[in-house]
Design a protein around this ligand. Structure first.
Ligand SMILES: [Zn+2]
Length: 102
């Protein structure tokens, strides 16, 4: 059975990424950004995290994951730039060799 919000629409299930409710799912109005609707439907799906230690640990793991993802993106960008410069260098070397052969 679908959960309907005050607008009569099916509430969307999302995941909280705030420090004290990290990874905790909730249902919310799909129109929550629309001020003309004035629908504040909100309901937690998951139980609260057990204690502050657990919340802090989950938050630190989340921060570590986000930082690691950023590092992967930066490494991929660096690899793309290096591959591009390597191709340019190979083309220049081949041209130099061809000029000397002719
Ligand atoms: Zn609504």
């Amino acid at each position: 059975m679908a959960n309907l919000c005050g607008c009569g629409e099916t509430a969307k299930c999302r995941t909280s990424w705030t420090q004290f409710n990290l990874g905790r799912r909730f249902l919310g109005c799909p129109n929550f950004m629309d001020p003309t609707r004035n629908c504040n439907y909100f309901r937690w799906v998951d139980a609260p995290l057990p204690n502050r230690w657990y919340q802090g640990t989950m938050y630190q793991l989340h921060v570590n994951l986000v930082n690691a993802q950023d590092q992967v993106v930066q490494a991929n960008n660096q690899n793309s730039r290096t591959a591009f410069y390597n191709r340019v260098l190979i083309v220049l070397i081949i041209r130099m060799l061809l000029v000397r052969l002719i």
